[in-house]
Design a protein around this ligand. Structure first.
Ligand SMILES: CC(C)(COP(=O)(O)OP(=O)(O)OC[C@H]1O[C@@H](n2cnc3c(N)ncnc32)[C@H](O)[C@@H]1OP(=O)(O)O)[C@@H](O)C(=O)NCCC(=O)NCCS
Length: 168
């Protein structure tokens, strides 16, 4: 499927927030509860105003349907006197999977960030068990021998319930 990437620009429209919620639902199971209290819009409005963080919606060039989303963050890599772009979220709506959309999104991001002379790498990570993601990403990116480690820091303060009230 032929697609283009459209940036999500703050302040997000209701349509943009609803699409981000839909796209992220599979990787963030309680997102509807946070959306119900307006927290998803508040978060994205604030985070996407940074000059190092972007969210893109993939739109079909044939039908103009919104089919996927991806978020990207830039960070400094002093050892390369440059910086890296890391794709954080990559979510293709279930009905559009297996059509090469994730692969095409990565190709478009490579094209886009190659224009930045200080961009040294595009990075994307996934779980070892995510076969579809590994297959899609390997068509554009090379596997590395890096070992990924993490330590959780501050948790989300509370889990709102769907009865907390409407989106603010
Ligand atoms: C992972 C994900 C982004 C892939 O998007 P996609 O647009 O379907 O990916 P592509 O079509 O570009 O490539 C997927 C490849 O994996 C294959 N594939 C899909 N499901 C598979 C499965 N269960 N087992 C093996 N291969 C699978 C597809 O056939 C395709 O390979 P092919 O082109 O050689 O046929 C999508 O499945 C998704 O949004 N999943 C839910 C969220 C998620 O897991 N995101 C990634 C977190 S890092």
């Amino acid at each position: 499927m032929d697609i283009r990437l459209e940036p999500v620009v703050p302040p997000l429209s209701d349509e943009d927030v609803a699409f981000c919620v839909k796209g992220l639902r599979e990787v963030f199971s309680s997102i509807d509860n946070w959306h119900a209290v307006g927290q998803v819009k508040r978060y994205l409005d604030e985070e996407l105003r940074r000059d190092d963080t972007w969210m893109f919606i993939a739109v079909s060039n044939e039908t103009n349907e919104r089919v996927a989303l991806a978020s990207v963050t830039r960070f400094a890599m002093p050892r390369y006197l440059g910086h890296a772009y890391e794709v954080q979220e990559m979510c293709v709506l279930p009905e559009y999977r297996g059509k090469g959309i994730a692969t095409r999104i990565l190709e478009l991001l490579v094209e886009k960030y190659s224009q930045d002379p200080k961009a040294r790498k595009l990075i994307i990570r996934t779980n070892d068990g995510n076969v579809a993601a590994k297959k899609a990403y390997a068509k554009v990116c090379e596997p590395t021998d890096m070992v990924s480690m993490q330590r959780f820091l501050n948790k989300l303060p509370h889990e709102p319930t769907a009865t907390c009230g409407g989106a603010a």
